[in-house]
Write a protein that binds this ligand. Structure first.
Ligand code: T46
Length: 132
């Protein structure tokens, strides 16, 4: 499984850091939606689904969390703990987010608007879908 890690250049000076993300420059798609999760209940796992047609970049802009990515053949776990680091996730990848620190803010930039019909929420259906 080839998962792309992105390191975004911080524009730092003696006032602190600033990261700018421009679509089709820093982000490899048109950004149609941004969402973020915070105050995550300790011990909880989020996600547990795949998308049929969605590209995303996940950035833990504060705190840390782990992301399990599974393409049906391989599984990999990534630690997101830097506000200038992100991972790119294409369609057909099962994802689970877990081990959120209490202060974690996980931001996601997405290539499409929210569409419940794009979700595959059952793991067996995901395996059937990618083997089709
Ligand atoms: C994903 C992972 C990384 C909306 O109304 N609009 C939105 O854009 C999103 C993302 C969610 N919602 C609503 C739908 C649910 O009632 O917010 C609620 C929580 O969504 P969900 O259970 O899908 O959250 P996660 O954390 O399991 O998954 C989310 C994204 O949905 C998903 O696309 O890849 O984060």
């Amino acid at each position: 499984m080839e998962i792309k890690k992105y390191i975004f250049e911080p524009h730092g000076d003696d006032r602190g850091q600033l990261v700018a993300l421009e679509e089709l420059k820093d982000i490899p798609f048109d950004v149609k939606r941004v969402y973020y999760m915070y105050d995550t209940t300790p011990g909880v796992t989020r996600g547990k689904h795949a998308h049929k047609c969605l590209q995303q970049i996940m950035i833990c802009v504060h705190g840390s969390c782990k992301v399990l990515l599974d393409d049906g053949k391989e599984k990999e776990i990534f630690l997101l703990d830097k506000p200038n680091e992100g991972i790119y996730i294409s369609n057909d990848i099962w994802r689970e987010m877990f081990d959120f620190s209490t202060d974690a803010v996980l931001m996601v930039l997405a290539s499409e608007l929210y569409d419940e019909s794009d979700y595959i929420r059952d793991y067996n259906q995901f395996i059937e879908y990618i083997e089709r």
